[in-house]
Design a protein around this ligand. Structure first.
Ligand code: CA
Length: 436
């Protein structure tokens, strides 16, 4: 019991008019409840308040059998009494709420009818349901009394509050909008977790949401929460992602580096397929391809992995993108391999030579001479590469005023760097300063 008077002091309790001794609190606890506990209970604080009708009165009805059972040993099953009907534990019949009739109270009397056979009306002039307002309908126990269906106790004057309906407004309405206060029917569908015309049926296992139209996608086909759709431990079945496992994998953009994502719900284990852009690989295209992994550089060339390509650094004897082209005259079976010298020593030898016609008029002092310069590459020829003992150049000097050298040096270096996409760099291996 709650006290809305704001008073204080001990509470007096009465049952069927007699004061219950030892009780002074707003709450009365009854132990070992049986049918003998049935009765009218009353509580108040002062006799003045009681005389002013400022007290609470309630009737307690205790059925002789548990809900749904009837008979002397309570061993008989009651019918399913609908629309607020109550099973009579003494004969197993349904006592119907005012406004309904039938063995299971499934027949509505209509607008404002009532009675065992709907033989009465709240008004003889009109069928308006409102004519039943303000009336309390009492039949035998354990049904006792109730308002006409759709009206709110205790005054039975106003219709049920929002989201409630039925006898004494005891049933919960599960419609998206307010339901019919009489039968709970929903015009605009059910709120999440419910289905059926009156939205009183829970979603079947594996369904959820408004009108139970959504399907759970939980791991191992376990049921999700019928209201929210959440899966146990938030674990989704394969091919489903998101907070309530209703999205496909591509919705979470798993593919990296501008890859294209395609949901492939029939194919595990990832249930999506990324089509990578150039240079990327992996399930999510997040790994740069190692273009050297296939060993594209031939003949001992060294591969360098780059983005979406590779480059080969060839050995001396080969060229081409993949070092697949043998350089002419660079074979190992003779010929003159181009082998840049590390140091070139030139020796000048002046040979005394008579030049015909030179002489008396002093054209050439010291006599004519022809200079020959022979260059030697230290160590050349040791590996069998150089034939002819290392003679590289022949220098011829003129006879006038000394020795003049003409040097003709062939291409000393043949050095190629080949790349697949970058221009080759040509650079001699030796410093020109080495040449003396
Ligand atoms: Ca790469």
């Amino acid at each position: 019991m709650t006290d809305s008077s704001g008073g204080s002091g001990p509470v007096i309790w009465r049952k069927d008019g007699s004061i219950i001794s030892g009780e002074s609190e707003l709450t009365l606890t009854i132990d070992s409840v049986g049918t003998q506990a049935t009765g009218v209970f009353e509580c108040y604080r002062t006799e003045e308040q009681r005389q002013a009708a400022e007290q609470a009165i309630m009737r307690l009805i205790v059925r002789s059998c548990p809900d749904g059972k009837w008979g002397r040993g309570c061993d008989q099953d009651c019918p399913d009494c609908e629309n607020g009907g109550v099973c009579n534990p003494s004969d197993g019949r349904c006592m119907c709420a005012p406004g309904f009739m039938g063995d299971t109270c499934d027949e509505a009397c209509g607008s404002n009818g009532f009675g065992l056979e709907c033989e009465y009306k709240c008004s003889d002039e009109t069928d308006a349901r409102e004519t039943c307002a303000g009336r309390l309908f009492c039949i035998q126990d354990p049904y006792a009394c109730s308002c006409y269906i759709g009206f709110k106790p205790p005054e039975c004057q106003d219709p049920c509050d929002e989201k409630t309906f039925g006898v004494n407004c005891l049933k919960q309405c599960n419609c998206k909008e307010q339901c019919d206060v009489v039968n709970g029917a929903c015009d605009d569908g059910c709120e999440a977790g419910w289905e059926g015309g009156d939205c009183q049926t829970e979603c079947a296992e594996g369904k959820f949401g408004e009108d139970c139209t959504e399907t759970c996608h939980c791991l191992d086909d376990v049921a999700c929460d019928r209201f929210t759709g959440r899966c146990p431990n938030d674990t989704c079945a394969g091919g489903w992602v998101g907070e309530i496992c209703q999205d496909r994998p591509c919705s979470e953009d798993p593919c990296q580096n501008d890859a294209t994502c395609l949901d492939t719900p029939e194919e595990g284990p990832d249930y999506y397929t990324c089509t990578c852009t150039e240079g990327w690989e992996g399930t999510n295209c997040d790994q740069e391809i190692d273009e050297c992994s296939s060993d594209p550089c031939q003949n001992g060339g060294t591969c360098t992995d780059e983005f979406a390509q590779y480059s080969c650094a060839c050995t001396d004897k080969y060229e081409g993108d993949n070092c697949e082209v043998e350089i002419p005259c660079a074979g190992e079976d003779g010929g003159s391999p181009y082998r840049p010298p590390s140091r070139l020593n030139l020796t000048c030898t002046v040979l005394p030579t008579e030049i015909p016609g030179a002489g008396e008029d002093g054209g050439m002092s010291g006599g004519g001479s022809l200079g020959v310069m022979i260059g030697e590459i230290p160590g050349a020829g040791e590996d069998g590469g150089m034939s002819g003992g290392g003679s590289l150049g022949v220098l011829i000097g003129g006879a006038v005023g000394g020795v003049v050298f003409l040097a003709v040096l062939g291409s000393l270096a043949h050095y190629l760097i080949k790349k697949k996409s970058k221009p080759a760099v040509v650079k001699p291996k030796s410093d020109p300063a080495d040449y003396e």
